[in-house]
Design a protein around this ligand. Sequence first.
Ligand code: GLC
Length: 467
Amino acid sequence: MVVYQVYPRSFQDSDGDGVGDLDGVTARLDHVAALGADAVWLSPFYPSPLADGGYDVADYRDVDPLFGTLADADALIAAAHERGLKVLFDVVPCHTSIEHPWFREHPDWYVWSDRDGPQNNWRATFGGPSWSRDEVSGRWYLHSFYPEQPDLDWRNPEVPRAFGEVLRFWLDRGVDGFRIDALDRLMKDPQLRDDPPASGPPPLPEAHMEGGLEQRNSRNAPDIGTAIAQLRAAAPDALLVGEVYLLSNRLQPYLEHLDACFCFELLHAPWRAEPVRAAIAAAAATGQAAWVLSNHDFPRLPDRVGPRNVRAAALLLLTLPGLAFVYQGDELGMADGPDEGHDRAGRDRHRHPMAWDASPNAGFTTGTPWLSVVAPADGPASEQRDGSMLDWYRSLIALRRELRGDLELLGGEPDVVAFRRGEHVVALNLGDAQAAAPAEAGEPLLATPGATARALPPGGAIVSPAT
Ligand code: GLC
């Protein structure tokens, strides 16, 4: 499957308030279908004070008026299904917004310090201690992310029960699955022990490493599988994709119950053959990889791999076996834009609105966009024709349907990543000099400009029948 990630705030505004909304998503579903995607995943659109772009949810079972109504969500689901697109919503079980009524009505559903101060030395993902004082009760609560996002206590059986109702609410409305947020933070050490000092760099990049700690107790508790099993029990037939910020070899307790987990190793791998090959091998070994190269949290492709390598990166993403996630705008070649001060962790850069056409604000809104519209190098979607980035993505997704079989990495030139998928060979050159394509590659079915069955220029990539 190819899953297309929609960041609703920045996709399409339908009412001129400058903010994308659900009706806007519905109006643009033909774009997603024409791309050849099988499903859409929508980042959160629930009622939220937007301290974390909607990942601070104040009501899991409604739509924020900024984005529309429940009826608009129903219409979106129906319109997607009419086009053969499955629908994944984003659920956030680790924490609520501090404005969720649960925080006052059910304080025992949250994690509290038993002291007048932080219980331990844990650090929050976006900086500062993981503990803040609740001004109402005077007690200190745990938050793995921003202080506006108190962590739920998944060891209290009421919490999985309440969350099961949330999943069933959306399944009853026709949703096909969920992207589940921040699962490695769902369960922590039951005794809330300190994190030990780190002996080396973190396994995956962290937004803030000010504490110099190894996050051994503040995430990924040994009994995490019990909580994940409860999520699965509430949604036995749904597609469940976990956001678990761990290396592939730590994902087993999650994958036992989920369909797939994102492969963050590949998303972060330095764009060199050896680390990219290692990331692919590790995730492919799980057999349940959800491949992803960018999303609303991390730099877009031109900024991450360099403009020269963007097409090769897309070719890699869309030829790997399993689930592939395409972040909105990547199919237009969008690059990061300026930081305009909405997200305190600096992630505005990756969230600029879609550029649809040549009209003012690129057709995203008739009003003032909440974040400026930054035109991609190949122009807005309506201007991208044969040979454009959009054309490249459509061709890759169409060819993807022909690819069968497991992944088998091939040897060859040191700067080339190459693998077989059944009857096909995929090869890309990540180095700075021309390199030979693998001997197994026949005349390419798809090639970046200048790449052939014999030679791959820097940034060159091909998909060929195997000879
Ligand atoms: C996930 C989301 C990110 C959010 C965080 C806390 O990593 O992708 O945007 O800030 O969880 O919910």
